[in-house]
Ligand binder design. Structure first.
Ligand SMILES: *Cc1c(COP(=O)(O)O)cnc(C)c1O
Length: 457
């Protein structure tokens, strides 16, 4: 129960920003399973990973024990251009929903990339620069990660090659051009520029692409170009580590006003924003110091946690990446062109997968039109135009708040508002014109892909 009047926006002073990232793995009893070499099925050694990833990031990836990693000054210098981000009290949404619940959202859309992805992009670009690399390659779905990485590479003077999922490349020409403003080289994926791209195009002519395909192309390009490494915007342990700034700031802001959340909600694509938002709270839960409900929200069209299996799988369609143990729909699964491009990934962070499997976290899936309905309710009273990805969390938060109205419970709900939707107007247009469908894959369809998972003993 709060003692002070809570403002609409809780801003932190720059001096209150975290100076270190928190490594949630250090407090997990069951550590996330290690990445495996796709050929030998043995845990990937640092030397192997360093052929694909930057060395310092490999260290972070493999470290399950160090609790805090201090944030280098050069990264803090850039964080200061867009952080700390506000924790907002959704007074107007509460009033509109007539709910006794208190609703807060951590808003990560206040930067040009329009999402939380810049938190990790700037860190990854920094370590690439420090290693003396020429540039980095990556994939992007909806374009937020590609934009964030382009910005980060521009800042550190690195070359940036982005493989953009074809459906987004075509639906989001403005997003593509923003990346070019920051100097990135953008190729629609699958493309004819890589072996794996040509193979996927031959097998699936006319495919609209997927994150899994784009990852394969980006990895191939990194390993076949001297002075390049591959960087990834989600899923990996290192990305969740960097994104812990979201949760650390949220916790500092809540603590300032003595607010204790009951439910913490985030959308889940590869799991980075959710993993970052919940990190310090989940740490308390794992250490037995506090209890919270955590809810991962995913699209019904790409339901990795709610309908996938927990198994080793390839991270990419071309099967060139290490194997990760995660909740997965199978690396061959190409989701329907759901407009929340950032949530179209077949797998899920190994950290979140383990926590979910151990019962520390819940997951729900929501259909697309219900997500846009929530997005508009939110936009009309809170003002911010939310990204479709973020709107999955809004949908779940509204559902919980409505439940409170029905039961009279006064829960405190915190959700992650990961970004803005200015580049998603084609999706909003489809929603307005009644042309948005709620495609949900059948059990038969899912079984087909899951049957193709690699057999690991
Ligand atoms: C990429 C993205 C997501 C999903 O990615 P996670 O790694 O699961 O956080 C969510 N919201 C926005 C705005 C994004 O750009």
């Amino acid at each position: 129960m709060s003692v002070k009047n809570i403002p609409y926006k809780i801003y932190l002073d720059e001096s209150e920003m975290p100076k270190a990232w928190y490594n949630l793995r250090s407090d997990m009893k069951n550590k996330p399973a290690p990445l495996l070499n796709p050929g030998t099925h043995k845990p990937m050694r640092a030397e192997e990973l360093e052929q694909v990833f930057c060395s310092e990031l490999v260290k972070q990836e493999l470290d399950n024990d160090t609790r805090y990693f201090s944030i280098p000054g050069e990264i803090l210098d850039y964080y200061h251009t867009f952080r700390p981000s506000p924790l907002c009290r959704a007074y107007n949404l509460e009033k509109y929903l007539d709910t006794p619940a208190e609703i807060y959202y951590k808003f990560e859309g206040n930067n040009t990339s329009g999402s939380h992805k810049l938190n990790s992009a700037i860190a990854q670009a920094y370590y690439a620069k420090k290693q003396g690399l020429k540039g980095v390659t990556t994939e992007t779905g909806a374009g937020q990660w590609g934009t964030a990485l382009s910005m980060a590479c521009a800042y550190f003077g690195l070359d940036c090659k982005v493989f953009m999922v074809k459906v987004s490349y075509e639906q989001k020409p403005f997003r593509r051009e923003v990346m070019k403003v920051y100097g990135a080289d953008v190729t629609p994926s699958p493309s004819e520029t890589t072996n794996v791209g040509r193979k996927i195009l031959a097998e699936h002519p006319g495919t609209t692409g997927s994150l899994g395909c784009a990852i394969s192309e980006a990895v191939e390009t990194a390993v076949s170009n001297e002075g390049y490494r591959y960087v990834l915007g989600s899923v990996l342990n290192q990305v969740l580590l960097h994104q812990s700034v979201i949760g650390l700031e949220t916790k500092t802001a809540l603590d300032k006003y003595g607010i204790k959340p009951d439910i913490i909600i985030g959308c889940a694509g590869g799991g980075s924003n959710l993993g970052g938002l919940i990190a310090p709270f989940m740490g308390e839960k794992l250490r037995g110091e506090a209890d919270y409900r955590f809810i991962a929200v995913e699209p019904a069209s790409c339901p990795s946690l709610t309908r996938g299996v927990y198994a080793y799988d390839f991270c990419d369609t071309g099967m060139v990446c290490p194997l990760a143990k995660m909740y997965t729909l199978g690396s061959d699964f190409i989701p329907a062109p759901n407009h929340a491009g950032g949530l179209r990934y077949h797998g899920m962070s190994s950290i979140l997968s383990q926590l979910y499997d151990d019962g520390y976290m819940e997951a729900v899936s929501v259909p697309q039109t219900a997500v846009f309905e929530a997005a508009e309710q939110f936009a009309r009273v809170e003002g911010i135009l939310p990204a479709p990805e973020s709107s999955h969390a809004i949908r779940a938060a509204i559902n919980e708040a409505v439940r409170c109205r029905e039961t009279g419970e006064k829960k405190t709900i915190v959700f992650g508002l990961t970004g803005t939707g200015y580049f998603d107007m084609v999706a909003y247009e489809k929603y307005h014109d009644g042309k948005m469908d709620d495609y949900i894959p059948s059990d038969e369809e899912l079984k087909k892909y899951i049957a193709k998972l690699p057999k690991i003993d």
